[in-house]
Design a protein around this ligand. Structure first.
Ligand SMILES: [Zn+2]
Length: 211
């Protein structure tokens, strides 16, 4: 039996995907309005009035005989596709900006903690000038925020604990090599091991600080 599955290009980010969108892609069936010189005017009329009958009438008056269902189909299928493409492009643009912020786990958690903590403090500072009812709602919200901050802080602690065995391993290895270095007479071997120690030092410093 022949394998019918076709390879489909998949994109891991929306920015690459939107580059493939084509506003002028031919509709699956020939559409009179897509190919009409009055297309732009008709679409602008629809944007103003949101009325397909009005668009249909307008085309008829201009001598363009296109049936109501065809106009309706164009507005709903083809015109909206362009709008969808535009929306997707704007969304992708927006996402690209935000993507520049680091999403490293520890950085992300710390950012959440900072921004939530700022909100908590704003809420609490407002409290004295609120009436009792508002004050109670404020307090409930502040409490929820503080609980979420604690959840994120726990995550940060877990990450730190995960990192610790690696640091211990590196320290131990470093110490062993330094002891061995004292006994080594061969200058090439000595140089190679010194390189290892220096490299290790640099690599460990690349691990972000936990405080
Ligand atoms: Zn069309």
């Amino acid at each position: 039996m022949k394998n019918e599955i076709q390879a489909v290009q998949k994109y891991s980010d929306i920015a690459s995907f939107v580059k493939t969108l084509d506003d002028n892609q031919q509709p699956p069936t020939p559409c009179k309005l897509c190919n009409s010189k009055l297309r732009k005017e008709a679409e602008e009329l629809f944007d103003r009035q949101k009325n397909i009958s009005a668009v249909h009438r307008f085309l008829k008056e201009k001598g363009e005989e296109i049936s109501y269902p065809a106009v309706n189909n164009h507005i709903n299928q083809h015109k909206n596709r362009e709008q969808l493409n535009t929306d997707l492009r704007e969304y992708a643009n927006e996402l690209q900006k935000w993507a520049q912020l680091s999403k490293e786990d520890d950085v992300l958690y710390k950012r959440y903690i900072d921004s939530l903590d700022a909100e908590y403090n704003k809420l609490m500072s407002e409290a004295p000038r609120l009436d009792p009812g508002e004050r109670r709602r404020n307090l409930e919200l502040a409490l929820k925020i503080s609980q979420q901050v604690l959840v994120f802080k726990d995550q940060v602690k877990k990450l730190e604990l995960e990192k610790r065995p690696v640091e211990i391993f590196v320290d131990t290895l470093n110490r062993i090599i330094r002891v061995k270095l004292q006994d080594i007479k061969n200058p090439e071997v000595k140089r190679a091991l010194e390189d290892v120690v220096q490299q290790l030092g640099r690599e460990v410093q690349q691990v972000p600080d936990n405080d």
